[in-house]
Structure formats: structure tokens, C-alpha cells
Design a protein around this ligand. Structure first.
Ligand code: MG
Ligand code: ZN
Length: 218
């Protein structure tokens, strides 16, 4: 019997992530991996982002344990969408993404979004080969999440605080969050958005567009 160490499996994931990254570099696609706990607003953010960026060719890889509800919800707003059902597994791996990049026509997109499985723990450990990793945190979850799940915020390029229209009803301390985030990751971009009022969505989308331009001119 062979005993595999998690370390070895993560190494295999890292190799697959590297292959994905080369494919994306060659085709100029910007791949964005969204992570966040269940109910943090990943699908809502994607829906509004896709609407705002409708001038681009967009594709989505939608990760869920079961169901294709989110994919059906998003399908009118992007050029292409693929659903992965992990049937219980709590994160996506680079190999799954590599398979889809080879099988589906995803590399013809300009922006490719991945909605990871709702979970702040292991999606942080699995590099998918993305250009940008974004961690979502809704104001209803509390501002203690970076202290409790530091890895998710350490390995991210941006944090998006969602549902800011609910701030008056929640004990969410944005200043404390900012302070905690600076300690964990001083390069982290921070956005505050509400898909209900539209607050902050413009800045968030402009940031994505800027990164796409930068990738194309690299
Ligand atoms: Mg969702
Ligand atoms: Zn997992």
C-alpha cells in the first residue's frame, strides 16, 4: 500500500496550475478565481460583474457540490459557462480546470471567472493557475475572518467586502478589517461593494479591466 502525503498531492496540483498558467499566458485570457464562504455573495458579485463587463467575451467555470442553479442564473450574462459538480468535495483543483481548458472553448474568452466551492479553508491551498485570486467577505459574516482564516487573505490579490448595504445592521468594523488585512497582506487590494445599490461595482470592474489590459500588453 502506498501512503500519499498531502504535500505530494499539493505538488501535483502546483504542476497542473503551472500548465494552466502557460495556456492562459499564450492565449491572453485573464482568469479570476473567486473564493469565499457559502453565502458570501460570489454568484451575485459575478452576475453584476458580468453585466457590467458585457463588452468583453466572458466565460465562467461554476463550482458547486451539487446543482447547476448558479450556472443557470449566470448563463444569460456570459458567453460561455461550464458547471463542475464535485459531489461533496470542498474545493476545486488545478487538474479539473486544466481538463476544462482542454475540452471546452474557454480560451476564446477574454475574462474567465471561476466561482470556487463555498469554503474559506482549502480553496486557499489549491492554486488553480489563475492570474488573480479574490476572496469575498460579506458584512454579515463579521470582520474577524482574516484573523481566523489568514491563508485565504494572504494568498489573495484582492478582498471584496460584499453586502455593504447591510452595514447599518451589522457589527462589522471596516477599520479593524483594514488593519488586520494590512498585517496579513500589505499588497491586497480592497473593494467594498453592494450588488443591491451598485456601490463599489464600478471600481471593482475598472480594476479587472486594468489587469486585463496589463496582461495583454505584457
Ligand atoms: Mg454560488
Ligand atoms: Zn477542500
Amino acid at each position: 500500500m502506498r501512503v500519499y502525503l498531502a504535500k505530494e498531492l499539493l505538488e501535483a496540483n502546483q504542476n497542473n496550475a503551472g500548465e494552466n498558467r502557460s495556456l492562459l499566458r499564450a492565449s491572453g485570457v485573464l482568469m479570476v478565481n473567486l473564493i469565499g464562504s457559502p453565502g458570501s455573495g460570489k454568484t451575485a458579485l459575478l452576475e453584476h460583474t458580468l453585466k457590467k463587463l458585457s463588452g468583453y467575451r466572458t466565460a465562467v467555470i461554476e463550482g458547486d457540490l451539487y446543482t447547476d442553479e448558479d450556472a443557470r442564473r449566470l448563463s444569460s450574462w456570459c458567453n460561455q459557462i461550464v458547471q463542475i459538480n464535485t459531489e461533496g468535495s470542498c474545493h476545486l483543483e488545478a487538474g479539473y480546470i486544466g481538463h476544462l481548458l482542454a475540452q471546452e472553448n474557454l480560451l476564446s474568452a477574454e475574462l474567465l471567472f471561476i466561482e470556487n466551492i463555498g469554503n474559506l479553508v482549502c480553496p486557499a491551498e489549491f492554486d488553480l493557475g489563475e492570474d488573480i485570486r479574490v476572496v469575498l467577505l460579506s458584512v454579515t459574516e463579521g470582520n474577524d475572518k482574516p484573523r481566523k482564516y489568514p491563508l485565504a487573505f494572504k494568498v489573495a490579490d484582492a478582498a471584496v467586502v460584499t453586502k455593504t448595504d447591510l452595514l447599518p445592521y451589522c457589527d462589522f468594523n471596516l477599520n479593524q478589517l483594514n488593519e488586520d488585512l494590512r498585517k496579513i497582506n500589505e499588497n491586497l487590494a480592497l473593494f467594498t461593494v453592494s450588488t443591491k445599490t451598485g456601490e463599489g461595482l464600478g471600481d471593482w470592474c475598472k480594476w479587472l479591466e486594468k489587469l486585463l489590459q496589463r496582461k495583454r500588453s505584457a
